[in-house]
Each structure stands twice: as C-alpha cells, then as structure tokens.
Write a protein that binds this ligand. Structure first.
Ligand SMILES: [Zn+2]
Length: 497
C-alpha cells in the first residue's frame, strides 16, 4: 500500500484565536466554511491537537516557531520586543520592537518588518523555513501578508496604506480588522487567478487578534462567526472554482489566545518618558541603573522588552559589555529583589504593587546562556517545579518545557510575569492581551483537515501526522504539542521528513 500524500497544503493562520472559541462556534454550527474543512462538528475529515503557544505567547515569537518548526531558543525571536545582546542581526547589540503601538521609541522597526523584511531577516539564518524546506523538495510556496516570508517563491506583503489603516482606522466601528483581512484575502484570490498554484499557501488573518485586543476576547466569537468564516467562504469558492480543493491539506491554527484585562493606564505597566512619570523606570532610578527609556540611547545597562504578560529584563554587568554573563549576586539579584519589593509593598513605584505574579532569574555565570530559570524569593532561588508546587494559585500551561524552550542569549536575565488575575500586563491599554503562560493566552488551535479525501486517506494521513508529532514531543522531554510542531506535521504529511 502506498502512503497517501496530499498535493498541496493551505495554511489558515488565524492570529489570536482561542481554541475554545473555535470549538464553541463549530459545535454551534456557526462556522460552516471552517467546519467543512475538518468534516463537521464531529471531525470526520480532520484531526485536532491541544496545542500550547510559545513563552512568551506573543505573535512575532510564535510565528517564528510556526515557520521554522523550531523553539524560541533556536530561532532567536523571543518576543515582539527582544534584545539581541550578541548583535547577531546587525552586528551591534540592539533592541528590536516589531509590534505596533507597543513602544513609540522604535517605530522604524515596525515599518521595517514589511519594508525591509526586518523580522524575517532576524530569524536565525541556520534554520530553514517551511518554504525553504518545500523548495528543497521542488515545491513552490506563496506567503500572503505574513511577517516571515524567507525562502517563499512569492511573498505578498501588505502595502504601507493597508498597514497604516489597520492600526489607525476606527476599530470601534469594526472596520479596520475586517478591511485588512479582506484585502489579504483578495490578494490571495488574485494571485491564484493569475495562474499561480503554490504547493504551500500561507494566508495570515491578523484581524481577529486586533479586534480582540481592542474589544476583549468576547469579541472573538462574533468576529469568527460573522466576519472571518464568511470571508473564508468566499475564498474557498474561488479556490474550488480553480479545481484546487481535491487533495489539499488544510491546516487551521492560531498562535496564542487572549485573556481579558483592564484597559486603563494603571494596569498597563510601562517605562514612561523621563522627566515625567517614569513608570517602571522608578525601580531602575532607585538602583542607579540606566534603563533604555529614551529613543536612540545606546549606553544603557538595562533593557526591558515588553511582551504583554511577560517582560524580559536584560542586564549588562557593570563595566563589562553585553556579551559578558551577568553576575548573579552583583547584577541580577538587586534588581530581582527590587521588583519583589515593588510588587509586594509598592516600594520604588506604587504602580507595581500587586502587579507581578512571578519573578524568574537564571544564573548565567554558572549555567550558561541556555540555563534554567528559577523562581526568585527573598529566601533564595527555588527550582521552578518546586516553587510551582508551592504556588497552586499560579496558572501556567507546561511552564517548565516552555521556559526551557525560551532560555537563550536573546531571553531576559530576569523574566517578569504580570498578575493577570488582577488585570496587569506590559503593554499599552487594551481589553485583551497575551504573552504570558496562563491557559487563556497560552492555548492555541491546531487542526488538520482533508475535506475532499476518502475516509481511508484521511485516517492514513492523520496517523502519519499524529505519529510524527507525538514522537517529537516524546523525544523532547515529554512536552506538550507546541507551535513548533505545526510545520513538523506538514513535513510529515508531505513526505518531507
Ligand atoms: Zn499573534
């Protein structure tokens, strides 16, 4: 018996979609087009996994894992914001800020994601993208509106006007997300009608995540059912009319979820511009550490990268360069202690009182740049599992494996996890956020579907994909299925092992 192989793969990348929202909409019969791809509410033509996002569960980190099938410690994109202390990207240590509105100090990076392929170029060049793997097997690929297109045969990027409208049109009227996703879909249809037949086609729907940030996670269900699924229906009609449905493997997935928080300046933790309110900057001021808080500063000794539920804090050892491992007692612990005091007593900056859930540090001098994070307590550092056993209030999904997959030169010397239960996060004011390790922002959707294949072929392909993914998870310490497994499953399905 020859193994069944699909002809091509279509990736439906729905940013921010919570798997519980998808499942509810599916069971309610409200997403007929998506339902068709997996064979209805009882999954007759599909296979689903309980998938967990990366830590941090934030877009640029997540999406890099999706296209490389690698973990953050390998691909190097440890957040929407991260610090490249070894200067691997540009030759100089530098802070990268890819998210819109996340940080007004480096808006140029945001524009350069698409103008100069900046994000795509900053992925570890030694790791092949799914598109490069495809090319090695003689397969073509098209990427629509995604930030990582390295190696794709065709990479269609949003125009600068689409991009600006997405973030500036009035979302209260519900137009900007819908318009952006519509434009993306129209580009895809036009590409196919122009005669292209990519073996791998990536459609990147960014609108749902955007809507959910602004209106909160409750807006996901109406956006999915009333906007996205009908839009997908139009695309599928075009796809079908071109004769492409047969033998296409559909992969429907998200990169993270979202959790509801308070949309006000008290709960969004930030470094503010001196000399006005310094925000978190007061902690650094008190410790006489110079944190990056002004545009263009180069001679700083601390950098904070704000990633929603998680902030990286990078510390340069005194009178040393960024490549020197910081000293635990002298460089790290004073800052960790200060943040502990701030969250437990309000010392240094009252805005931090009760704002943090967890402070993690690693001992780079002793364990190297890939060493384990441990929990900070005033009594000393505690191995994470042991600490979590003592903190049943902390809700975190597969934290040990995810932090192990993060720890690397580009992750913080200190990690600060915000207190979601009280509605805190590291960002600008939003109703919904992600970035942490909480189940609500960390669970993501992964479904494979073969809507037009015979049952026997569906079963065969499902077992091929499931076996490949389960084997990898076992090999990597019995971890849960992650974003890095999406393309791993595709490679297995296409026979590109
Ligand atoms: Zn995202």
């Amino acid at each position: 018996m020859t193994t069944y192989r699909p002809q091509r793969t279509l990736l439906l990348n729905i940013d921010g979609l919570r798997p519980d929202v998808f499942e509810r909409a599916l069971q309610d019969g409200k997403i007929p087009n998506l339902a068709r791809l997996v064979g209805g509410r009882d999954w007759q033509h599909g296979l689903r996994f309980d998938m967990v996002s990366t830590a941090p569960s934030i877009t640029f980190c997540c999406q890099a894992s999706i296209v490389t099938a690698a973990h953050p410690r390998e691909h190097g994109i440890t957040g929407n914001q991260f610090f490249d202390r070894f200067g691997k990207v540009s030759g100089e240590p530098r802070h990268y800020v890819y998210d819109i509105g996340g940080h007004r100090m480096a808006f140029g990076d945001t524009l350069n994601v698409f103008l100069n392929d900046l994000a795509s170029k900053s992925i570890n060049p030694e790791l092949p993208t799914l598109y490069e793997v495809a090319a090695q097997h003689g397969a073509t690929s098209t990427v629509i509106y995604h930030m990582y297109g390295r190696g794709a045969t065709h990479w269609i990027k949003p125009g600068i006007d689409d991009w600006r409208n997405f973030f500036t049109l009035n979302e209260a009227l519900g137009i900007s997300s819908k318009k952006y996703d519509q434009t993306m879909t129209a580009e895809a249809i036009q590409h196919l009608r122009g005669g292209h037949r990519p073996d791998i086609l990536m459609l990147y729907y960014w609108g749902l995540d955007h809507t959910s940030h602004i209106h909160g996670p409750k807006s996901q269900y109406p956006y999915l059912t009333e906007t996205l699924d009908p839009m997908l229906g139009e695309f599928l009609a075009a796809y079908e009319s071109l004769g492409l449905m047969e033998d296409t493997l559909f992969v429907i997935f998200s990169d993270h979820g979202q959790i509801e928080v308070y949309e006000d300046t008290r709960h969004c933790l930030q470094l503010r511009f001196p000399p006005l309110d310094l925000g978190i900057g007061y902690v650094f001021k008190a410790l006489k550490r110079d944190v990056l808080d002004m545009p263009g500063e180069t001679r700083v000794d601390c950098v904070m990268s704000m990633n929603g539920g998680l902030a990286h804090l990078y510390v340069r050892p005194k009178r040393r360069n960024w490549q020197t491992p910081p000293h635990l007692q002298r460089d790290i612990l004073p800052l960790a202690t200060a943040f502990w005091e701030a969250t437990t007593t309000g010392r240094y900056y009252n805005g931090l009182f009760n704002a943090l859930d967890l402070i993690l540090v690693r001992n780079t001098e002793q364990d190297g740049w890939y060493g384990p994070y441990q929990a900070y307590t005033p009594q000393g550092l505690i191995p994470l599992q042991q600490y979590l056993d003592m903190r049943p209030d902390l809700q975190a999904t597969d934290p040990i494996h995810r932090l192990e997959a993060l720890s690397s030169p580009n992750s913080g010397d200190i990690l600060l996890l915000s207190n979601y239960a009280e509605g805190y996060y590291f960002s600008y004011p939003y109703k919904g956020v992600h970035g942490g390790m909480h189940p609500e922002d960390s669970r993501a959707l992964l479904a494979y579907g073969l809507p037009c294949a015979e049952g026997e072929h569906v079963a065969q392909l499902n077992s091929t994909i499931a076996a490949a993914i389960e084997k990898r998870c076992q090999r990597e310490g019995g971890r849960q299925v992650t974003l890095a497994d999406i393309a791993h499953g595709i490679r297995a399905a296409m026979g590109w092992g």
